[in-house]
Design a protein around this ligand. Structure first.
Ligand SMILES: Nc1ncnc2c1ncn2[C@@H]1O[C@H](COP(=O)(O)OP(=O)(O)OP(=O)(O)O)[C@@H](O)[C@H]1O
Length: 257
């Protein structure tokens, strides 16, 4: 069980303030979606939670401990991270790729224990990649690779899972599978934070949405409280059909932003 707290956390990349004084406390057992237009700062916010980018000001704490002061190994055991659109360079089998998820738990040069092997098997099962286990990961389709990488992230069995656009390149069936899986992880007690572009998926599965716009957290709450027609117009510049849980972008808003 973890609690991740951001207190006026800001990130500067080059000359730009890409995360601007964001405060939020994210608790175990919750599926949190981070939404917002391209360039809004979603990935940067996720990376700030992981301690992967230095903060310009403010703080991020994990169970009260500053993430920036924690050793990388300790963070990796508590916060499993699925980065956006990761490329694979080594021709590993899917099974070996998933097993890399156990690295944060292994002492240097040590072999996997039966418990590690069980964790890998559970991850393969949960991400529905058993049929791919013997395939070379560099030869997979984009969607197959995404599921194999999700399995690697699940194999960490961390109390928190942070996923950056896990639905990208998945077919509709696997999109539903992944959202249902993330929700099950949250119901089982994990904190799950995921960057999403699909507003219907966000509304349907998430317990809470953080809406980012130009680095600022402009709304934080239950999906249907966050996803109002007025906010979608102002933040995304769209008019949308809102028929819960369906949020369907219909047109570019004709009104000026
Ligand atoms: N290394 C960098 N130097 C300067 N600016 C950067 C750098 N990396 C990203 N940015 C800018 O930071 C802003 C936030 O980027 P970020 O990737 O967090 O957005 P995002 O909301 O995840 O976008 P997307 O939906 O397109 O993935 C963007 O305007 C981007 O151009």
């Amino acid at each position: 069980m973890v609690t991740l707290s951001l207190d006026a956390a800001s990130v500067r990349l080059g000359r730009r303030l890409v995360v601007d004084a964001v405060s939020a406390t994210l608790g175990a057992g919750t599926l949190v979606g981070i939404i917002g237009p391209n360039g809004a700062g979603k990935s940067s916010l996720l990376r700030a939670m992981l301690g992967l980018v230095p903060l310009a000001s403010g703080s991020v704490t994990l169970d009260g401990e500053s993430v920036s002061a924690m050793a990388r190994g300790a963070i990796a055991r508590k916060l499993a991270y699925l980065p956006q659109g990761q490329l694979l360079h080594w021709p590993l089998t899917v099974e070996r790729l998933v097993a890399l998820g156990r690295l944060p738990h292994l002492a240097p040069m040590s072999a996997m224990s039966p418990a590690d092997i069980d964790a890998v098997e559970r991850a393969i099962e949960r991400a529905d990649v058993a049929g791919l286990r013997g395939r070379v990961a560099t030869e997979l389709s984009g969607g197959e690779r995404a599921r194999a990488l999700l399995a690697r992230t699940l194999a960490v069995e961390a109390p928190a899972l942070l996923a950056d656009e896990p639905l990208a390149s998945l077919d509709p069936g696997h999109q539903i599978d992944v959202m249902a899986l993330l929700r099950r992880e949250a119901r089982a007690g994990a904190l799950v934070v995921t960057v999403l572009h699909d507003l219907t998926m966000a509304a349907r599965y998430c317990d809470r949405l953080l809406l980012m716009d130009r680095g600022v957290l402009v709304a934080d709450g239950a999906p249907l409280d966050v996803l109002t027609a007025e906010r979608l117009r102002r933040v995304y510049g769209i008019s949308a059909m809102i028929d819960p849980p369906m949020i369907v972008p219909v047109a570019r808003s004709l009104e000026p932003l």
